[in-house]
Design a binder for this molecule. Structure first.
Ligand code: SF4
Length: 452
């Protein structure tokens, strides 16, 4: 790495996985900015490359190692000067193995240690050898990270909770992100105010188990997510609020009623159910039954009739029979989703279900195909049902083509309208004229501003 001109350091971050990782990547850039690191778009132009990894998808670790192989060539081309760091869940899960298999990696840093990056980089320079930090400190990293520096735009992600205590059989999060930790409410509110000052109008609260939020209240007590959402709604300039990802066991009545009583909270919820079979939910250690999910959906629709739902499904968990899969399909047909994500189960080393007898790939594939066909049909129907309706759209910026604006519906659907005037950050009524598979087209109905 070029240490002769500290003001000219260049940083490239490759981000895999969820919105939490996107948020963490931005915070790592913030942590490194005082050291003179400025972001660049390509690894070729960088003095330091961070691979912020995700462990959820199949063969995640193998994909990281093949990407690292490509970075090694770049590092060799700089005479070994370029610094390579691996962060995120693969860093946490694989730790020392990364340094054994890819000794040219300089830093392996788990998600709880990002605030220590400057110190770890200094250690690499001092010791002239690789450094690893995958400890789970007692105090959560929220307390140490600097305030977000770069504006995120009209829609801003704000991490309020990290880690998980639920130990679902297929999931690495409790092992890679540690125990549930909630950020103090005052710190969340302060960051939200900063985001609004930087142009944010929609704030998406993030957490691996976000509705388990129980942060320290400004008066020293404790706030749950519902209470936090009411406080955020009072910040002038906050027009829309969302939160993800939730667990059915933590959908309290207070949170359900917030969807009725908090005008800023969108009628849209990502609530992973994973399976419609109680036997498989129990094998997954999900701690809820299929009927619990049904009750939550029904109750939310009762208090907020325009509520729509997205979910996650894992197909082919060990032990899943044709009857179990049929129960999943039944639940999907009953519920009617706006969107859902579905994957074949794949064993994660170190997780409880990894050692069980596996379902043959062809069986999993056939089931997944059937499920995804139904989910696609539901998504198309949901989007098609918006055609002809007038709906409030939050404009986020320019569209891809000249004279177009892009925005988001109440249900986070991308909406494109022809409009010569920039309306970024404003909410206007749009009549939807056409539904594509992943976006809507519309015309600006009223110039009248709903919110800014
Ligand atoms: S609740 Fe979510 S984050 Fe926690 S173990 Fe289960 S799947 Fe993983």
């Amino acid at each position: 790495m070029n240490v002769t001109d500290p003001k000219a350091r260049k940083l490239h971050i490759v981000t895999h996985g969820c919105q939490m990782n996107v948020y963490d990547s931005a915070r790592m850039a913030d942590v490194l900015a005082p050291l003179g690191y400025a972001p660049v778009d390509t690894p070729e132009a960088a003095d330091m490359v961070i691979m912020n990894t995700c462990h959820i998808r199949e063969r995640a670790a193998e994909k990281v190692f093949s990407a690292l192989g490509r970075l090694r060539d770049l590092k060799d081309a700089t005479g070994g000067e370029m610094m390579i760091a691996v962060t995120g869940c693969v860093a946490q899960a694989e730790g020392e193995i990364i340094l054994k298999r890819a000794p040219y990696v300089d830093l392996v840093v788990g998600p709880q240690a990002y605030h220590r990056l400057p110190e770890l980089i200094a250690q690499v320079h001092r010791a002239k050898k690789s450094v690893i930090d995958t400890d789970f400190p007692v105090a959560p990293k929220f307390d140490f990270l600097p305030d977000a520096a770069a504006p995120q735009g009209v829609i801003a992600n704000l991490t309020i909770q990290e880690g998980c205590d639920k130990f679902c059989s297929f999931c690495v999060v409790p092992y890679t992100r540690g125990a549930e930790a909630s950020r103090p409410a005052a710190s969340v509110l302060a960051e939200a105010r900063r985001m609004v000052a930087q142009g944010a109008r929609e704030i998406v609260l993030l957490g691996q188990n976000v509705n388990a939020y129980h942060g320290e209240a400004p008066d020293g007590g404790s706030w749950d997510l519902a209470r936090l959402l009411y406080a955020l709604a009072e910040i002038p300039g906050v027009s829309r609020l969302r939160y993800t990802t939730s667990h059915p066991s933590d959908m309290t009545e207070a949170l359900i009623l917030a969807h009725r009583d908090n005008p800023r909270l969108m009628p849209f919820l990502h609530l992973p159910v994973q399976s419609g079979s109680d036997k498989i939910l129990s094998a997954m250690n999900r701690k809820h039954k299929a009927d619990d999910f049904r009750r939550i959906v029904a109750r939310l629709r009762e208090v907020r009739p325009d509520m729509a739902f997205t979910s996650d499904f894992i197909i082919g968990h060990p032990g899943e029979t044709d009857a179990d899969f049929a129960a999943t399909m039944a639940l999907v047909r009953e519920t009617g989703f706006a969107l859902a994500y579905s994957f074949n189960y794949s064993p994660r080393p170190g997780t409880p279900a990894a050692g069980l007898a596996q379902i043959p790939e062809e069986v999993k594939n056939a089931r997944l195909y059937e499920l995804q066909a139904e989910l696609r049909r539901q998504q198309d129907a949901f989007n098609a049902a918006t055609v002809g309706l007038s709906t409030p759209v939050l404009f986020t910026g320019l569209g891809r083509h000249a004279g177009q604006l892009a925005g988001r519906s109440l249900y986070a659907q991308p909406v494109v309208v022809d409009c010569p005037t920039a309306l970024t950050g404003e909410i206007h009524q749009v009549k939807i004229t056409h539904a594509n598979p992943n976006s809507l087209l519309g015309i600006l109905e009223k110039k009248e501003l709903i919110a800014a």
